[in-house]
Design a protein around this ligand. Structure first.
Ligand SMILES: Nc1ncnc2c1ncn2[C@@H]1O[C@H](COP(=O)(O)OP(=O)(O)O)[C@@H](O)[C@H]1O
Ligand SMILES: [Mg+2]
Length: 353
């Protein structure tokens, strides 16, 4: 099933993959052993528990996992927007060679919207209802650049056209509530892209949209990424979205990366039982009644993590050692790593199951 999904993209990606390999050394974002914990009255919640993520230049990198796995907290950590009682307690976040951990609010204000921008699931919460969308996107330019009002307006209209907003000039003067959900999300993408950021973080950007609009928005993001030098971090709980536009994927579970691989490698040689469960949860368009296979059980309460592998209570392959020790992230070759004892023997070998 997944091979079909992926195959649609195969042809146009082969060229890109060759280019990616050549550009491997250029890292736009390098997160190393990030730990972001929440200090609650009930105890310490390790929402992000030693996560390392790398995004080369000009790549769409996906983070996928069920709700509550630490995806948004990872994004907020990059933006230095984790609010109390949360705090980054360890690790490093290098954006284009610059350490973000420990930056002041003022320093981050200059970096946000300029070098890194973000779009969220529901644009209504990020757009101000009392200003026109044109004015809001213009301000995203003028706050960072010495640009006149007319020139900013021109740039915004151009950007609105680039993100496929029909009648861009007229829409400049629309208020957020006058636009459909899909158009509002296009406005958000325009706002996120207008300063040509190094990195755009998109946290469930299409979750609130219907599937047709979702596909349009994803293709738009893909096109923008190809035309610009922006890398994208796409956060989603939906493996179908990953298949649609990502180059590389990190699978997160309960605050840790469980598996990481280039997108085709992940779909064709899925290793972690959790990833297999996520893949089986994609609704198949060919089936009349969409059957949703859900992984048994729930994401554990992070205050009471199980002993050993944190997925073991839900894992149908769990062995005695899985309930005793936590597996490392084993390197299986082909840029594929998996945190599962089943693949301990494959370490460095690149063997398939
Ligand atoms: N303000 C908070 N206080 C305590 N715990 C929090 C807070 N925000 C997030 N968390 C913890 O972090 C976990 C990960 O949250 P989040 O990153 O939002 O998940 P998702 O993968 O759905 O984006 C949550 O399950 C919760 O345990
Ligand atoms: Mg989230």
């Amino acid at each position: 099933m997944m091979t079909n999904l992926a195959a649609g993209r195969a042809a146009d990606r082969i060229m890109d993959m060759a280019a990616d390999t050549a550009a491997e050394a250029q890292e736009m974002l390098a997160i190393t052993d990030l730990k972001t914990h929440f200090f609650t009255q009930k105890g310490v919640v390790p929402a992000v528990d030693g996560v390392s993520i790398r995004i080369p230049e000009k790549q769409v990198m996906g983070i996928v996992g069920e709700s509550g796995c630490g995806k948004s907290v990872t994004a907020m950590s990059i933006l230095q927007l984790v609010s109390r009682p949360g705090r980054i307690v360890g690790g490093s976040i290098m954006l284009d060679g610059e350490e973000l951990v420990g930056k002041s609010v003022k320093e981050m204000r200059n970096i946000r919207g300029n070098k890194v921008s973000v779009i969220f699931q529901e644009p209504m919460t990020s757009l101000n209802p009392v200003y026109t969308v044109g004015r809001q996107v213009s301000e995203a330019i003028t706050v960072h650049r010495q640009v006149g009002k007319q020139e900013a307006r021109q740039q915004v209209v151009e950007m609105f056209k680039a993100v496929g907003i029909p009648e861009a000039e007229r829409r400049f003067n629309s208020f957020p509530h006058q636009l459909s959900g899909g158009l509002r999300q296009r406005v958000m993408i325009a706002m996120a892209m207008v300063c040509q950021p190094k990195l755009m973080i998109a946290d469930e950007p299409t979750t609130a949209l219907d599937v047709t609009i979702e596909a349009q928005i994803l293709h738009l993001m893909r096109r923008l990424e190809e035309k610009s030098n922006t890398s994208i971090m796409l956060i989603t709980h939906n493996m179908g979205v990953v298949a649609e536009i990502c180059d590389f994927v990190y699978v997160m579970y309960a605050g840790k990366v469980m598996e990481q691989a280039p997108v085709f490698e992940l779909f064709d040689h899925t290793k972690h039982p959790y990833t297999k469960g996520l893949l089986n949860s994609i609704p198949k368009p060919t089936e009349e009644k969409q059957r949703l296979y859900n992984i048994k059980g729930m994401v554990p309460n992070l205050l009471r993590l199980p002993k050993g592998c944190r997925f073991s209570p839900r894992c149908e392959y769990a062995m005695p050692e899985c309930r005793e020790r936590e597996p490392e992230l084993y390197d299986c070759g082909k840029n594929h790593k998996v945190r599962c004892f089943l693949y301990q023997k494959d370490q460095g070998g690149g063997a398939d199951e």
